[in-house]
Design a protein around this ligand. Structure first.
Ligand code: HEC
Length: 150
């Protein structure tokens, strides 16, 4: 080995590699920051209630059972597209009513089905949460998940 790789060649590979990847890292960071973020985050509809809804989501640790765009636990259904699953694209009001009814009806107590706890959310919290789920459903995920079931 020693006769092929001199000390200065090894040093050049080290510095060259470091600089190369540093430049690449910087370019990708700028790309995420100025390009990806602008096309995939729908900032224009990011309202106060969407932000509050995210806090409802976090305070109640929904992610301990559910996934949101694939992140989270696999005990319960994916919720990134639950608004679409509840027919939000056809009727936003219908989806809102359906989701509220679901949240209020838990736990169902149906034998053999996994159960979801009752969170006793207020009307305001439910509205905010649903605004958040609606907003999430519009994130451009390049077609993921591939079907409505999530
Ligand atoms: C302890 C686990 C658990 C937690 C925590 C939990 N869920 Fe669930 N959730 C479930 C299970 C299990 C189901 C599926 C039940 C069924 O199909 O009968 C479900 C289903 C749902 C559905 C219906 C999904 C569909 O496709 O029909 C919605 C909406 C939902 N959960 C919202 C929430 C929200 C919002 C939170 C946080 C406030 C939350 N869940 C927290 C277990 C949980």
């Amino acid at each position: 080995m020693a006769e092929y790789l001199t000390k200065s060649a090894a040093r050049n590979i080290f510095y060259g590699g470091t600089i190369f990847f540093l430049v690449l890292f910087t370019i990708l960071t700028l790309h995420s920051h100025y390009y990806i973020q602008n096309v995939s985050t729908d900032a224009s509809t990011l309202t106060e209630s969407v932000a509050r809804g995210k806090h409802v989501w976090e305070r109640n640790s929904c992610i301990n059972c559910h996934t949101l765009l694939g992140e989270g636990a696999y005990f319960a259904p994916e919720l990134g597209n639950v608004w679409v699953r509840y027919g939000g694209r056809e009727s936003a009001e219908g989806a809102r009513m359906g989701l509220k009814a679901w949240m209020r009806a838990q736990p169902t107590g149906v034998p053999g089905r996994r159960q979801m706890p009752q969170f006793n959310l207020t009307e305001q919290e439910l509205d905010d949460l649903i605004d958040f789920l609606e907003w999430t459903s519009r994130i451009d995920t390049l077609g993921w998940p591939p079907n409505d079931a999530g």
